[in-house]
Write a protein that binds this ligand. Structure first.
Ligand SMILES: Cc1cc2nc3c(=O)[nH]c(=O)nc-3n(C[C@H](O)[C@H](O)[C@H](O)COP(=O)(O)OP(=O)(O)OC[C@H]3O[C@@H](n4cnc5c(N)ncnc54)[C@H](O)[C@@H]3O)c2cc1C
Ligand code: FES
Length: 265
């Protein structure tokens, strides 16, 4: 399939301070996308910013996909100024997707802040293929950083809220809730968010013998495995080095594959 698409922006709304949802029209992208994959957006047709910006696919519709993003620098600031009716060049879908192994009856999603972005599509897929609603831990600095709560509840997910300042749900971190959950039996955990959170979720999953898949982030240039700009140390050999390309072998990794001791925070 052609990976470059001129997509019409059909919706672009603020959803929280500095956070936006954008719907991009493209039957081609929608028809080839799976939860966990991402898109590279050409923010402007000129040279600034030069590189495309990677964004997870939030939801997959029949004629397009949505993204959910946080304004954190120049690229996302410019992105936030685009209007419905404008077009944007999109490369994708790229990368791998979340595995949904059928031996697992319990699915637990742990999202920190904007790390929630890939999960609405995953919940829809788990509901479709397994008929089970995953349990969710939604964590953020404060209540404004808890996104998609309503969507998850509407999809039937038991959703635990936790904020660092206690402004919504429990006060604390995602891992505080994870440690308290009374889950037994084969469980698969999916996580995305700040790296320290992912590392700690991974450690808890190892202790409990749970399988854990994380969606990782890295700064990217080509998005298709060529430039080696997005590598992380891993128990995988790529170009004679123990590493994985987040854009190609990832962004979804079994957390046991990552060499966490070699990654700084
Ligand atoms: C596979 C993948 C999926 C992503 N999905 C989403 C998403 O769904 N929603 C969302 O809001 N963001 C997502 N990101 C992060 C997003 O790509 C960056 O926030 C964005 O590129 C920043 O661009 P900028 O020009 O606004 O910021 P810049 O001016 O480039 O940088 C601002 C700050 O953000 C940091 N940053 C830049 N690029 C990245 C990056 N790729 N990952 C982490 N930090 C970065 C910089 O180090 C700097 O501190 C994803 C990243 C990857 C790799
Ligand atoms: S961004 Fe070029 S190899 Fe991943």
């Amino acid at each position: 399939m052609n990976k470059l698409h001129e997509c019409l922006i059909t919706l672009h709304n603020p959803v929280a301070p500095n956070h936006y949802r954008m719907v991009l029209q493209s039957k081609d992208i929608a028809g080839h996308s799976s939860p966990g994959q991402f898109l590279m957006l050409e923010i402007s047709a000129g040279y600034y910013p030069f590189l495309r910006r990677p964004m997870s696919i939030e939801r997959i519709f029949s004629d397009g996909v949505s993204i959910l993003y946080k304004v954190c620098g120049e690229g996302t600031k410019i992105l936030s100024t685009l209007s419905v009716g404008e077009k944007i060049n999109v490369q994708g879908p790229l990368g791998n997707s979340f595995p949904i192994p059928k031996e697992y009856q319990q699915y637990l999603i742990i999202a920190g802040g904007i790390g929630v972005a890939p999960f609405p599509a995953l919940v829809e897929k788990i509901l479709n293929v397994r008929g089970v609603a995953p349990e969710i831990i939604l964590a953020g600095k404060d209540y404004t950083h808890l996104l998609c709560e309503k969507d998850f509840r509407q999809m039937g997910c038991k959703t635990h809220l936790v904020t660092e300042d206690g402004s919504a749900g429990d006060m604390g971190l995602a891992t505080d809730i994870l440690k308290k959950l009374n889950i037994t039996g084969p469980t698969i955990v999916y996580t995305c968010g700040p790296l320290p959170m992912i590392k700690n979720v991974h450690k808890i999953c190892i202790e409990r013998k749970w399988l854990c898949y994380a969606s990782l982030e890295a700064e990217m240039a080509c998005g298709e495995g060529v430039c080696l700009g997005c590598v992380v140390p891993a128990k995988i050999e790529v170009e004679n080095e123990m590493m994985a390309r987040v854009c190609k072998e990832g962004p979804i990794f079994d957390t046991q594959v990552i060499l966490w001791e070699k990654i700084g925070e």
